[in-house]
Structure formats: structure tokens, C-alpha cells
Design a protein around this ligand. Structure first.
Ligand SMILES: C[S@@+](CC[C@H](N)C(=O)[O-])C[C@H]1O[C@@H](n2cnc3c(N)ncnc32)[C@H](O)[C@@H]1O
Ligand SMILES: Nc1nc2[nH]cc(C(=O)O)c2c(=O)[nH]1
Ligand code: SF4
Ligand SMILES: [Mg+2]
Length: 238
């Protein structure tokens, strides 16, 4: 009898927590990753636990940033009303939003959608990878020039698969040397999709290509943030 009374209460508490702080939502082309150049709906969440030296979205991490509180239903409706099937959840750090697993489960249950989550490598993804029709993680490994490498959860290398991507945002030769070490140590090219991106404007792209050639970096993809070439690099919601 007691159990019967408590169960509905617990459900109610969970429902209350299923809202998210969204700083912007928009449709654009994805400028990064495996679906680069394709239309995508972006949901950007507020707040981050890291402070990367190069962060192009630091405004979303300010304590006083204004945000819209959206329920799972409202996010899902917005996505469906756009008519676009690629979804990118980003931030800020999306995996820090309380109840994010519930949003991921709901979105994943719609098999018309292709969901990518940009995450910063400091949050363990083990609790998410068992979701049915699991979203694709684009997990950054923060390199020395970010100032955040000591925050990386190395255990994530165990959970990342060919459904996911590891991204190395590189701003120096020191960073690139670290990429090479990590690829070798964790056999990353065989385990997942490996991308190198430049910290925008920080390192010449031909230097990266030279590094890739000199180190036989087969299976690694160089990526440039396409949206920053199409629009002003500081423009929001594109
Ligand atoms: C703003 S972050 C949000 C998601 C998550 N916090 C993360 O870091 O992956 C989205 C992506 O933009 C990348 N990024 C941020 N600033 C950048 C810059 N100046 N140049 C290139 N990529 C950048 C991040 O490394 C990350 O891959
Ligand atoms: N067009 C566009 N593509 C993106 N792909 C990942 C982004 C991000 O900020 O996570 C992003 C972004 O901010 N804009
Ligand atoms: S983890 Fe992502 S959002 Fe957070 S500071 Fe670094 S790049 Fe910016
Ligand atoms: Mg961005």
C-alpha cells in the first residue's frame, strides 16, 4: 500500500525536472563533424564546467546569460516543426543539463531523427551509450592549448564507438603531437571517427596537413568550421 502511494509521487518529481535551459535554437547547416554541410536543427544549452582558452561560445556559459526554459515536449515540437532531421545538441555542455538522459531517450525513439551531441570530454558518457538507437557523440578531447586537458575523463575512450566521433581542436604543434600520441595509445582510428579541427584562425591549415602527412595520419579527417567561413565568425545562431 505504502509503495503504491510513493510511486506516483516519484514520477511527479521526475517530470518537474524535465526542463532545460536553452540559450538559442536555430536551423543552419552543420558546420562541423560527419554531417558537415547538411541542414541541422541546433539546440544550445546554457552553462559549462570548463573554460577553454579558445571557446567561441563563452557567452552561453555566463551566469547571467538569458535562456528559455523548454520542456522535452517543446524541444521535440520545435524540432519536428522545422522539418529538418539532423539534430545537434550543444552548449555550453549539454550533458550537464539535469534530466538530459530523458530528452535523449525521447529524441532517439523517433527513428526519423539523426541526433548528435557535442560534449566536452569531461563528462562520463557510460550512462548514455545504452540508450536504444543511441545518439552520436561528438566528444572533444581538450588539448594542452585549451588549458583543460586535466579535466578529461579518459574512461570515455572505452565507451566511444564507430557511431561516434572524437574531435581534437588543435591550436599548436604541441597539440598535434598530443593528438598523435592519443590516437596511437588508444587505437582511436580503429575504434571511432577521428577529426582534427583548427582552433579557428589560430594555426595555419597547411601546417596541420603537413603534420598529417609527416605522421601518416591515415583515417583522420581535417575539418574547418564551415559556418565561420560562410558568416562572420562571431555571428550567433548560424
Ligand atoms: C562550443 S562547444 C559546445 C560543446 C561542448 N562544450 C564541447 O566543448 O564540445 C562546440 C564545439 O565548438 C568547438 N569550438 C569552440 N571554440 C572553438 C574555436 N575557437 N575554434 C574551433 N572550434 C571551437 C568546441 O571544441 C566544440 O567541439
Ligand atoms: N553551423 C554550426 N554548426 C555547428 N556544429 C556544431 C556547432 C556547435 O557550436 O556545437 C555548430 C555551430 O555553432 N554552428
Ligand atoms: S567545453 Fe565547450 S562550451 Fe565549455 S568552454 Fe570548452 S568549448 Fe566552450
Ligand atoms: Mg559553435
Amino acid at each position: 500500500m505504502k509503495l503504491l502511494l510513493i510511486a506516483p509521487l516519484m514520477k511527479k518529481v521526475e517530470v518537474i525536472k524535465m526542463s532545460f535551459n536553452v540559450v538559442e535554437k536555430f536551423v543552419s547547416i552543420n558546420g562541423e563533424g560527419r554531417r558537415c554541410g547538411q541542414l541541422a536543427v541546433f539546440i544550445r544549452f546554457a552553462g559549462c564546467n570548463l573554460n577553454c582558452s579558445y571557446c567561441d561560445t563563452a557567452w552561453a556559459n555566463e551566469e547571467d546569460v538569458s535562456y528559455e526554459i523548454m520542456s522535452i515536449e517543446e524541444i521535440y515540437k520545435y524540432i519536428k516543426s522545422s522539418g529538418v532531421n539532423n539534430i545537434t545538441l550543444t552548449g555550453g555542455e549539454p550533458l550537464l543539463q539535469e534530466g538530459i538522459v530523458n530528452l535523449l531517450k525521447t529524441l532517439s525513439s523517433d527513428t526519423e531523427l539523426y541526433i548528435e551531441i557535442e560534449t566536452n570530454g569531461s563528462v562520463l558518457i557510460d550512462k548514455f551509450v545504452s540508450i536504444k538507437n543511441c545518439p552520436s557523440f561528438t566528444m572533444d578531447y581538450k588539448l594542452p592549448s585549451s588549458g583543460m586537458e586535466n579535466k578529461m575523463a579518459l574512461e570515455n575512450f572505452k565507451y566511444i564507438s564507430k557511431n561516434d566521433t572524437i574531435k581534437f581542436v588543435s591550436g599548436s604543434i604541441e597539440d598535434l603531437n598530443r593528438v598523435k600520441e592519443l590516437i596511437e595509445e588508444y587505437d582511436l582510428v580503429n575504434k571511432t571517427n577521428v577529426y582534427i579541427s583548427s582552433v579557428f584562425g589560430k594555426i595555419a591549415l597547411d601546417e596541420i596537413v603537413e603534420f598529417m602527412k609527416n605522421n601518416n595520419m591515415n583515417g583522420v579527417t581535417l575539418q574547418v568550421q564551415l559556418h565561420k567561413i560562410i558568416w562572420d565568425p562571431d555571428k550567433r545562431s548560424v
